[in-house]
Design a protein around this ligand. Structure first.
Ligand SMILES: [Zn+2]
Length: 348
């Protein structure tokens, strides 16, 4: 393949990220803080971030895990529940503790048991958010066991998201980690916004069954049929402002992933090269900066990061795992997305 020119772009942001806590956080945060200027940190810690106090403590834990010369800003979210206090939410947003609120339908994914059982219960919260301009980030899947797992995003859009948008037309809505062409069309038609992960651009649902049942590619929402993946690639690489980067990088220790097959793919160490591969194959490298560094800040009323990064066309082999250290000792491993594969771009 002929050599391509280096790309110089504003430093990207990750608009959807799981950093976990404790030892895992300490070991993995650098893969985001080195390559991204800001990241929206998901609040589904074991004890979810449901208050101002918890968000302040969690932010401190994150910042303490980052070397002091790194300029990285974690943007905190509040985990909505059936009993979220309007006053706490409003105060947290106005005091700039909360950047946004996250809606998990109860039991939709990892640590979401505290999520919202009936979305109508929190319509008064949406009303407050709409009036103060606070963004609502949505895990868009119904949890009704009657609904097939591959249909849960589309059914959520019909049953829940459509009425939310109708009732709160000025609410700033991001449909997170979209996986279907139905979602792509809905986002564009209703002029809401969506994040797209690297893994949903690379794999379809066959990946989970390749060479036996393979939990490495199990995430929620699950990857769907190939035509959906193609639609996501078109959306991400189009430059359309409705779509921006959100890795949904979600680490699990190897033994837990293998044992219980928990949902989540750890892609932070390779996220930018992984996206670039897709943009290169779609002949849309010129649109990457919009997706990674410009569309998100524009939606969130922020300036793009001032710092620039250089992306070099130079292939490398992805390590299988990263090791998790507790002081000197290795206490576990986390498998990386694209483990053992070659990717074409490096960050200088
Ligand atoms: Zn997530």
């Amino acid at each position: 393949m002929k050599s391509l020119e280096n790309l110089i772009i504003h430093k990207p942001d990750d608009w959807h990220l799981h950093l976990r806590e404790g030892i895992i956080l300490k070991n993995i945060v650098r893969y985001t803080s080195e390559y991204f200027g800001r990241a929206i940190v998901m609040p589904n810690t074991k004890d979810p971030i449901t208050s101002i106090k918890k968000a302040i403590l969690y932010k401190k834990e994150i910042l303490d895990a980052i070397s002091t010369d790194t300029k990285f800003e974690p943007l905190m979210t509040i985990y909505l529940t059936d009993v979220t206090s309007k006053d706490e939410l409003k105060k947290g947003y106005e005091d700039k503790v909360f950047f946004a609120a996250k809606l998990y339908p109860a039991n939709a994914t990892t640590n979401s048991a505290y999520g919202v059982k009936d979305i109508k219960n929190i319509y008064q919260i949406f009303e407050t958010m709409e009036s103060i301009g606070m963004p609502l980030l949505i895990h868009g899947e119904v949890t009704d066991p009657q609904v097939d797992i591959f249909d849960r995003e589309a059914v959520f859009i019909d049953r829940e998201l459509t009425p939310i948008i109708k009732n709160f037309p000025k609410l700033k809505v991001v449909l997170e980690h979209i996986t279907t062409s139905f979602a792509v069309d809905f986002v564009q038609e209703n002029n809401i916004h969506a994040t797209i992960t690297p893994h949903h651009l690379h794999i379809n649902r066959n990946a989970m069954f390749f060479g036996g049942l393979n939990s490495d590619f199990y995430c929620l929402p699950v990857a769907k049929r190939e035509f959906n993946r193609i639609s996501l690639i078109k959306a991400a690489t189009s430059g359309n402002e409705n779509f921006f980067l959100g890795t949904d990088s979600a680490p699990h220790m190897r033994e837990w992933k293998a044992f219980c097959g928990c949902a989540g793919i750890f892609n932070a160490p390779v996220a930018i090269p992984s996206y670039l591969q897709v943009f290169q194959e779609a002949n849309s490298l010129d649109k990457f900066e919009a997706f990674a560094s410009l569309n998100g800040p524009k939606f969130y009323n922020l300036e793009p990061n001032q710092e620039k990064i250089t992306l070099v066309y130079d292939s490398f082999k992805v390590d299988d795992c990263i090791e998790i250290f507790d002081s000197e000792n290795v206490v576990g491993k986390i498998k990386t997305f694209h483990a053992g594969e070659r990717l074409n771009w490096r960050i200088l």
